[in-house]
Design a protein around this ligand. Structure first.
Ligand SMILES: [Zn+2]
Length: 235
């Protein structure tokens, strides 16, 4: 698609204007405050001006809010970054991988050590940290399982730890999967997710009966769910 791009300014606000083969005008504000307007190819400057001015209050409000809450910098797994284990913050420290192959942490110093090759990329470093999470989940799984099966009174056939999109999963054949990234969050989050999956051994859908089970076995599950899913929590 042909795009004619120019930078304009309206009421002192810099705007990126893109004319292209579309039917309507669109305006959006990116997290960094950049204002982008997409317009049909032949629309007049006046019409664009008018459109932007009619939304000026909203533009100014949104940009101010974005500046107050700047977008979180992207995780790069670099020296000095904060990462969480069981809800506690640790400082990441990259070390040579000559003597160690796996990531490990010193609870007293709140440091996670990541043994990396001389030139490592984000993916490699992430993988090391994720393997640490997996180890943590495995190490503590029997604790969580004992506790949660006691509450729910049901046992899964198997529990697997994986890197996945959802926090947990329960299949009809009674196999449960837990997300390895639960190891970042406070332990109560793993308990909540596991109880949720075990409740599926009684009720497969998320209907009222399921919610009643959750209320019974994990009375504050709504708060824990919030803690688990709120953005930037333990990230
Ligand atoms: Zn579910």
């Amino acid at each position: 698609m042909a795009v004619k791009r120019e930078e304009i300014e309206i009421e002192g606000i810099p705007i990126i204007l893109e004319r292209k083969n579309i039917k309507n005008l669109y305006l959006r504000i990116k997290p960094d405050g950049t204002v982008k307007v997409s317009s049909p190819m032949r629309l007049s400057d006046d019409a664009i001006n008018e459109f932007v001015l009619s939304r000026m209050d909203w533009i100014k409000d949104t940009r101010a809010k974005n500046l107050e809450n700047p977008p979180k910098p992207k995780v790069k797994y670099k020296d000095g970054e904060t990462h969480y284990i069981w809800g506690k913050p640790y400082t990441l420290q990259l070390i040579s991988n000559e003597n160690a192959k796996k990531a490990f942490y010193a609870a007293d110093d709140n440091i996670i050590y990541l043994p990396v090759p001389k030139r490592s990329n984000i993916k490699q470093r992430e993988k090391l940290l994720f393997e640490l999470y997996r180890e943590e989940m495995k190490k503590n799984l029997s604790y969580f399982l004992d506790k949660c099966t006691y509450f729910v009174g049901k046992e899964p056939k198997e529990v697997k730890i994986r890197n996945m999109k959802n926090w947990g999963n329960c299949r009809k054949d009674k196999r449960v999967t837990l997300n390895l990234k639960l190891a970042k969050k406070p332990p109560v989050c793993t308990e909540y997710v596991l109880i949720h999956e075990l409740c599926h051994l009684i009720e497969f859908n998320h209907g009222p009966r399921f919610k009643a089970l959750m209320d019974n076995f994990c009375p504050n599950w709504r708060e824990i769910k919030k803690l688990l899913n709120e953005e930037n929590n333990f990230e």
